[in-house]
Design a protein. Structure first.
Length: 108
């Protein structure tokens, strides 16, 4: 497969749920927990764990407040998260392009 270095893929993002979270957040200004839960199709607990990992890495931020005595959490991708997600996508594209080149008998 050429010179592709799989270790350059961001392990933090390279999880189905975290990839989905990042994909949703990169396309909106911010998203409430319930919106993310619906879009990602995860349980509350599972989604919370993955959101915390992304927050701890500085890829997303969270604002928590109360609306009519109910807690509301809003998540937003950071510039660091935006750059990390773009780099992640670029690495996946590189992997796919290398794979296609190998299939077609081309090497770089």
């Amino acid at each position: 497969m050429g010179n592709f270095d799989y270790t350059q893929i961001d392990d933090l993002i390279h999880s189905r749920i975290r990839t989905a979270i990042m994909a949703v957040l990169i396309s909106v200004e911010e998203a409430e927990f319930t919106f993310l839960k619906e879009k990602v199709n995860a349980t509350d607990g599972n989604l919370s764990v993955h959101l915390r990992k992304l927050e701890d890495a500085g890829y997303i931020t969270v604002k928590k407040n109360f609306i009519e005595r109910k807690p509301v959490s809003r998540y937003k991708i950071t510039s660091k998260g935006h750059k990390a997600f773009e780099a992640y996508i670029e690495k996946l594209e590189e992997l796919l392009n290398n794979s296609k080149s190998q299939k077609n008998g081309k090497t770089d």
